[in-house]
Design a protein around this ligand. Sequence first.
Ligand SMILES: Cc1cc2nc3c(=O)[nH]c(=O)nc-3n(C[C@H](O)[C@H](O)[C@H](O)COP(=O)(O)OP(=O)(O)OC[C@H]3O[C@@H](n4cnc5c(N)ncnc54)[C@H](O)[C@@H]3O)c2cc1C
Length: 704
Amino acid sequence: MTELVSQSILDALTDVEFPRRMAARAVWKSLPLDGMRLPVYRGQALVLGSGAAGLRAAVELKRRKIDVVVATQTLFWGTSVCSGSDKQTLHTASTGASGDDFLALARALGAGGAMDADTAYVEAVGSVEALMALKYLGLPLPEDCYGGVLRYRTDHDEAGRATSCGPRTSRLMAKVLAEEALRLGVPFVNRCTGLKLIRGKDGSAAGLLVVKADARGPDNPYGLALFQCPAVVLATGGPGELYRDSVYPVHCFGSLGMALEAGIELVNLSESQFGIGTRREGFPWNLSGTYVQAMPYLYSVDSSGSERNFLADYYRTTGELASNVFRKGYQWPFHAMRTLDFQSSLVDLAVYRESRAGRTVYMDFRRNPERVPQDAPFSLDRLDADVAAYLKNNDAWLPLPIERLRRMNPLAIELYRRHRVDLDTAPLPFDINNQHMNGGIAVDIWAQSSLPGCYAVGEAAGTHGVTRPGGAALNAGQVFGIRCAEHIHARWSGSGSTMSAMDDEPFLGAAGECAALIRRDLKNPEALRVEDVKKEIQARMSEQAGFICHDTEVAGALERALALNASVREQGIRIENPAQIAKAMLWRQMALTSAAVLSALSLYIGRNGGSRGARLICSASGTEVPDTKNGKLEEYRFLPERDADRKKQIRVRYEGGRFEAHERELRSMTSPGEFFFEKNWAPFLSGRIYEKGYPETLRGPADR
Ligand SMILES: Cc1cc2nc3c(=O)[nH]c(=O)nc-3n(C[C@H](O)[C@H](O)[C@H](O)COP(=O)(O)OP(=O)(O)OC[C@H]3O[C@@H](n4cnc5c(N)ncnc54)[C@H](O)[C@@H]3O)c2cc1C
């Protein structure tokens, strides 16, 4: 930002307030169960989760006159609301001078492989509506004087398709959607944690069992509640608690474990994002974008207080070192292949090694990078050409990192100040953390999972491939929020809008099973302790399934994860008191999730899959070795990716107490050039486009 922006403008983009009260959904009836009375809510559609994706789905459903109810663990909590999600990727053809097209954006979305072609195209096409509706609702998207959205280049994005409203972009998105939900009268039921998906007699989704903290009372001692809704949209975000080293906000669990228990297929669980950031024990925030483009000094400190300019052991010149710190700005997630040839992921590897050696790593904005011995000191004049051009174009050709940061992004400084960290006066400790789950619930082009009537949107859905451009997560959540609403609406539009009464039996069955489990585990001294389960899962995931993996360790980690699940099944997880039911149940689900991730990873590695995206798969038989100024890092010798693996996905199911992982070819798509107006208008009007198998079913014999 080259112009001085007033504090009140900066405040408005940083302190984002939500509506104080949302409409509430009243209990519809209650059901008797073993001397208890369980409240039952109902609606045509249930959205579980109130992040940016869930709110979008709810608003889009309500606009289509579907009787939707939102149940959520914590209203206005989760990754969208609490994390530094600062950008959204958009289709730029309509707004850019030399833009691109949907196919080019789809190619970029799926460039890392393992992404279905139709999903990528749906996200590309849908991004225009997704973004423009947010603008209409009041999202302060930055524009030029002609109305073009201001854009910049971000991770895995060669075209500069990202835009941002500042560090609180996703919070602002959630805010405008919450305001719209309030205007439309979308009803909410807060403090609900999903426990069990319920199938109707025909095998499709019928609703959900939850534990609702404030529903506990004399006739409902566990606080169980039921939702009778024939469409369920899981919008519960990612499994943020899976890793010990994590930049997710605390208490983000998601619902992958619940989906596994319901027999739903998950996909691409081995694909995630890891990168540098400040951890959730303090203020969790990604150190991407201008934080690193300002080129602060990165150093480590050992237990005796000695400082180490550790990057000087890796890069050959001071200019190369500083330029690669800069590139972390738009190459933020760790990428295995970028550890080679002195590229930017060597920074991540170096930070990781310092941390493992017991040193604390800092970023200091008051100092420029220190020189590499035998090379000249840091100078703006010795930076790589792309870096120098960026600084000049943004009027940030300034002597110190803090000045460059203040010029380019004063909100970045403001934000840490609000969390009592003053970048003007103190260095910032940071580390490598898990940040995003690319995989999740496998869905079709309408966001429907393998369980008919159950949809997944946002980070809960496994719509991304091995890599994703920065901003693509938010975009996917918005696009599929719209898509599932269209699909659910189409189901109701044929059958009138009234809901017939549902059979209570499956609901009572699910609640009965769950109540029995709770009774067994409540104050049970034989059961496992939540803290132990948590520690074991998080340590295993960070040590053996983090961004550095060893091919010889993953199978053992899977065995231990399966053993933990067996103990959880047999011994249970101790519930200290009824207020702890949700916590114990979420860790029970997390144990399943972690075993599912390890099942996928183990299959991938067992078939000699190589390092790709977020994971370096170290192996004695590897052919690649990261190079440093001081020589090769033999201990990180790794297997490169194989092209054939890019064309497949790994899918995981949990059935009969066993995980089943298998590979599947990617879905292709009908070329958009084949959609001629007259031929395709009728299927749109009749609703055939929503049918399973379409557009293949449209094709006549002559087309085949
Ligand atoms: C530090 C950081 C930076 C990021 N930066 C970007 C970025 O710049 N651009 C980008 O596109 N993406 C980014 N991401 C990823 C992106 O923010 C998330 O993928 C996205 O916000 C997820 O939105 P969501 O609506 O799916 O889930 P969330 O926003 O996490 O919402 C989940 C909701 O579900 C509820 N919930 C969760 N579990 C349960 C349960 N079991 N039962 C009931 N309710 C439940 C929660 O209370 C919450 O309301 C970033 C992520 C992190 C951590």
